[in-house]
Ligand binder design. Sequence first.
Ligand code: AMP
Length: 280
Amino acid sequence: MKVISYKSELLEEVSILKKNQKVTGFVPTMGALHQGHISLIKCCNKECDYTIVSIFVNPTQFNDPNDYKKYPRILDTDLELLKKVKVDILFTPTLEEMYPEQDNRDFDLGELDKVMEGAHRPGHFRGVCLIVSKLFEMVQPTKAYFGEKDFQQVAVIKHLTRLMNYPVEIIPCPIIRENDGLAMSSRNMLLTKDHRQNAPLIAKTLFEATEKSKTQSVQETKDWVVRTINDNPFLQVEYFEIVDETSLKAISNWDNTSNKRGCIAVFAGNVRLIDNIRFN
Ligand code: AMP
């Protein structure tokens, strides 16, 4: 695994790959890696000749400066974990490499950034689009791998790819969970013992909601999810929406669409966790 921090060095490597017509797969991350990230890398390994991973905690996607400050940065541990899988290049740019000057670009994401994460984290998806567009232009991957854990992000990235005409295939990968059901997240390590013990209720409630949905209306199911989680003193729901998987528009009837997703954000103390589940 080559560890590269400079854009110029990365561009040299990429130009060789292009010349040799290699199928390049890309897995962008913010580090504090776990098995969710590793699953994306393994998926990439299967489908591509060459795997490039990036680790960069992107300031422009944090709407809360405190969240950016406390985001875990554990590069040494990440390097150890990455030794166990095939990674050809690890790109770990500095802030100056990614943002040599202020980038004021905006992206028309239609309605996609008006709901859920977009509504509760103003500017978040603009920051995501800024960094992903910069990384795509540098790495020039054939395929890029994103986790469905960030379900809305996948929809936004697909839109961005079309908007900017990037010749990149976006591959969504399933959510990887801890044994107790909690969706893996770099933020889980910030949870207190009490919050960690109670956090699996989020996934448990989502799974149960898919059962409830067989006999309850959309509104009843939504109310039940919010009530069940908020009844736990360690958890506070920020939003729970059941949306069409493509448009991300909230549905009011189960037969509004055949592809339905329940998406949730929950505060466990001051740590914000997200999760989602497919409804049939
Ligand atoms: P992050 O480092 O949190 O920005 O995540 C980097 C990539 O890993 C994103 O595409 C995430 O959606 C994905 N990811 C994070 N957690 C999980 C998980 N539990 N399962 C699958 N993918 C994940």
